[in-house]
Design a protein around this ligand. Sequence first.
Ligand code: NAD
Length: 259
Amino acid sequence: MLLKDKIAIVTGAGQGIGSATAMALAEAGATVVTADIDGKLAEAAAQAIQAHQRKALPLTVDVGDVESIQSMVDRTLAAHGRIDILVNNAGVTRRADIMDITEADWDRIHRVNAKGVFFCLQAVARVMIKQRGGRIINIASIAGKGYAGTSNAAYAASKGAVISLTKTAAQQLGKYDINVNSVCPGVTRTALGEANLRVRAQEEGLSIEAMDAKRLEAIPIRRANDPADIAAMVVFLASPGARNITGQSYNVDGGIVPD
Ligand SMILES: NC(=O)c1ccc[n+]([C@@H]2O[C@H](COP(=O)([O-])OP(=O)(O)OC[C@H]3O[C@@H](n4cnc5c(N)ncnc54)[C@H](O)[C@@H]3O)[C@@H](O)[C@H]2O)c1
């Protein structure tokens, strides 16, 4: 129960890495706000936590909308009075060659992945500054560190923005005892990851199974992530043992990207 009595918000908590992270934080003792643009998914994630006799509050949020973010923060404070942990996890992409990316793709991806992360961080940091403490954990990607298999250059740029923001925010918020770090997942078995796999299989004329085997060959440890692998790193970064770690972006990728 490393996170007993802590209040955590996880964005994009409805499925995949977000729902696994929400569950792991709850198992470590935190009360978790499961925030997602899909209200039904947010509700299901909260119910799964409650079924484990842990505390959760489902909220609908669009992280690309600053008013919606403020409402998420206000409702969390109304229910729980403080925010100790923010996991900026909501993210979107679409597999596309660099020459096929449209203005609409760029805007949609950056609205959620870059703008959403920044304004959630800013709104929650206002609360954490008053509290004199907190942990902010951004889910970036090895795409933001130049991973050669990155499927969309606009997505890679949005994740590079998250890694850069993590460094600057850590320097500016450290004096309030607020730690800001990122986790950079590699290949992870979620709806987003598997959609990518299906398109790659089609592009290369391979079966899904053959494409999956080829994908695994490019991972030194020969294993894709489960969402729980990312969740475990988030729990560590939120825990007392990580109190002096800030401004870092850690890969959880089986060794694909060496730094
Ligand atoms: N799956 C992978 O292989 C992989 C690899 C690297 C990084 N990531 C990153 O991990 C994070 C989670 O990815 P995932 O694979 O679990 O994705 P996913 O598509 O399975 O889940 C994303 C969740 O975010 C929610 N969401 C989307 N837009 C939102 C918005 N505007 N406001 C609030 N919620 C919104 C969706 O409803 C969904 O529940 C993303 O930031 C993604 O870029 C994933």
